[in-house]
Write a protein that binds this ligand. Structure first.
Ligand code: F6P
Length: 353
């Protein structure tokens, strides 16, 4: 075990329900090993602006059930530049911080790598409602967001049933369709549209017409955000082409709030405790991930490369620089993720018929 006396914790990027459960687990797991924890406020900008304070066990009492993050969150441009990073590291040194746990998404992990590369061991914990950290089966906040979506969809279903309408519902996810897909299945949507798989609009229209002809009054179509005003325009086209009265709803940031579900509290606790265990054991620049029933770690660079490969953001040169074995392994990983997504997509349409 490294001789750590004090670690820092921050939340950065879009907040996610369950972040508080992760903070609590980190504080408690560290205190259990006689290591103090400094809470860093407002993500990386709190590091730069020296907005930090020691957290006691009592400071994290009764937060497990609260949405948002007691450490607040921000996206920080200044941290992208060397000057900002150096300020952040100097402030961490001033507070005797030996290592950091950073909870957030992709941007948060880039910051974690920057700190690790400059000699401050840092570990990432996936916190994002989007569930778009490809290396991990799960990111904290996903389950709560989906539960919020299905609650809202159930309410929309009621009014659609009364008025014999179709409601097109746009949900968050940035460019990822996980929220739309699972919530669509769970709310009995007639169709789901995500950015990863081409959407057959004509067959969606035909399906809605067929459903109406079979006597169905209420219809929901779930659309993942990330495609401009596509969902709004689709609503208009559905009304024009099917004759079914249609309404558009953008659920927006309501999906980011609320009391975390059991799943989010539980996985956040597992991941937070694992992050502390790994940091104190001398690991750095790794991200805690869920794979099946296990909580594991991956090197952040590897995790980010997997992510970029999956999202087709790796350049030809970057791909060529990978060893043949590594490339094969990463391609297989991405293929596994694509197959998981396709299986759910097929299920969504199979049960909508
Ligand atoms: O990454 C989480 C997320 O909620 C995305 O689903 C969404 O696209 C984005 O953040 C919204 O960001 P902001 O809070 O900056 O509006």
């Amino acid at each position: 075990m490294e001789n750590f006396k004090r670690i820092g914790v921050l939340t950065s990027g879009g907040d996610a329900p369950g972040m508080n459960a992760a903070i609590r687990a980190i504080v408690r797991a560290a205190l259990d090993r006689n290591v103090e924890v400094v809470g860093i406020y407002d993500g990386y900008s709190g590091m730069i602006n020296d907005h930090m304070e020691l957290l006691s066990s009592g400071d994290v009492s009764n937060i497990i059930s609260h949405g948002g993050t007691i450490l607040y969150s921000a996206r920080c441009d200044e941290f992208r530049y060397e000057e900002g990073m150096q300020k952040a590291i100097a402030n961490c040194k001033k507070h005797d911080i030996d290592g950091v746990v950073a909870i957030g998404g992709d941007g948060t992990f880039r910051g974690a790598t920057d700190l690790s590369n400059r000699g401050l061991p840092t570990i990432g914990v996936p916190g994002s409602i989007d569930n778009d950290i490809t290396a991990s089966d799960y990111s904290v906040g996903f389950d709560t967001a989906m539960n919020t979506v299905i609650t809202m969809c159930d309410a929309l279903r009621d009014t659609c049933e009364s008025h014999a309408r179709c409601n097109v519902v746009e949900v968050m996810g940035r460019t990822a369709g996980h929220i739309a897909l699972r919530s669509g299945i769970a709310s009995g949507a007639s169709a789901v549209c995500i950015n990863e798989i081409p959407f057959d609009e004509d067959s969606c229209i035909q399906r809605l017409i067929k459903e109406r002809n079979n006597g169905k009054r209420s219809m929901l179509v779930l659309v993942a955000e990330g495609n401009g005003d596509f969902a709004e325009q689709l609503t208009k086209r559905i009304e024009e082409k099917t004759g079914i009265e249609a309404r558009f709803t953008r659920l927006g940031h309501i999906q980011r709030g609320g009391s975390p579900t059991l799943e989010d509290r539980f996985i956040a606790t597992q991941m937070g405790a694992k992050a502390v265990e790994c940091l104190l054991a001398g690991q750095s620049n790794v991200v805690v991930c869920k794979r099946g029933n296990d909580i594991v770690t991956y090197d952040i660079n590897y995790a980010q490369n997997i992510d970029r490969m999956y999202k087709k953001k790796l350049t030809e040169e970057q791909i060529a620089a990978l060893s043949p074995d590594m490339r094969t392994e990463m391609e297989a990983f991405c293929q596994m993720r694509r197959e998981q997504l396709e299986a759910l997509y097929n299920l969504a349409y199979e049960v909508a018929r």
